[in-house]
Design a protein around this ligand. Structure first.
Ligand SMILES: O=C(O)c1ccccc1NCC(=O)[C@H](O)[C@H](O)COP(=O)(O)O
Length: 255
């Protein structure tokens, strides 16, 4: 696989592991819960639409949270999360497809599969309502084409969140048919977060696209900042996972 020197070693390692991970044995067919309907429901009930992320660890986190992910997910819902994101990447994030399966069976909100999917067969590993496709990674040699992967995911019943970091990637995502776009504030070179990334890139996303601010959102002020810049929803991991998950979620959804 061709990788660029602009990518952090941890990300190179994530990509290399993703390339080696296999796919599912059978083509899945999913009856998904609507992400946009979940966002509308949260808004109607006076909550900020937040996708709370079950993220046991990560390359930028010290230690690992070992509580039962199903209990954590329940606390996130009780705290007002509109949807959940569950890491299924095992080696760098402590996730697993089995965790996602258990969490999704225990809740009635949409669940995003947070992983680094590079090939169509990797869609068939576990059912989820939404899958993440990262525009930057799908231009590497030997990966499937973003547009083809979006179509393959939709054929199976998945909704697709296409993650971007730049205006050029937003253009690529739109050309590939994305309807839900995330702008990630964590750069892939230093893994540093900067909320101005979302503010800079968001104006390139047209009306009618569901827009999600990802990473580095830690305070109610950060949520307000992302909403003011055009976010329909915020994807929040570390700030919810660090401490009392229910209280943290409440603090970030009830503004
Ligand atoms: O979170 C990391 O350390 C990380 C490192 C390398 C590649 C991706 C990484 N995170 C993936 C994510 O997009 C975040 O888990 C998600 O947006 C939540 O971010 P945060 O609220 O900052 O935990």
């Amino acid at each position: 696989m061709e990788t660029s020197g602009e990518i952090a070693p941890a990300v190179e390692s994530i990509l290399s592991a993703a390339r080696d991970r296999g796919g599912g044995d059978e083509r899945l067919s999913v009856d998904g819960r609507s992400l946009t309907a979940a966002f509308d429901r949260a808004e109607d009930e006076g909550r900020v639409p937040v996708i709370a992320e079950v993220k046991p660890t990560s390359p930028t986190t010290d230690g690992e949270r070992t509580d039962d992910p199903v209990e954590l997910a329940g606390e996130m819902i009780r705290g007002g999360a509109a949807a959940l994101s569950v890491l299924t990447e095992p080696e760098h994030f402590g996730g697993s497809p089995a965790t996602l399966e258990r969490v999704r069976a225990a809740v009635d909100v949409p669940v995003l599969r947070k992983d680094f999917l590079l090939y169509e067969a990797q869609l068939d590993v576990v059912e989820a309502d939404v899958v993440l496709l990262i525009a930057r990674f799908l231009r590497e040699d030997g990966t499937d084409d973003l547009g083809e992967l979006i179509a393959a995911a939709r054929d199976r019943g998945f909704q697709v969140l296409v993650e971007t970091h730049t205006e050029a990637e937003v253009e690529t995502a739109l050309a590939a048919g994305a309807e839900v776009i995330g702008i990630n504030n964590r750069d892939l070179t230093e893994l540093a977060v900067d909320l101005s990334t979302f503010e800079t890139v968001a104006p390139s996303v047209p009306e009618g696209i569901t827009l999600i601010a990802e990473s580095g959102i830690a305070t109610p002020g950060d949520v307000t900042r992302m909403r003011t810049a055009g976010a329909d929803a915020c994807l929040i991991g570390s700030a919810i996972m660090d401490g009392d998950v229910r209280q943290n979620t409440e603090r970030l959804t009830n503004l």
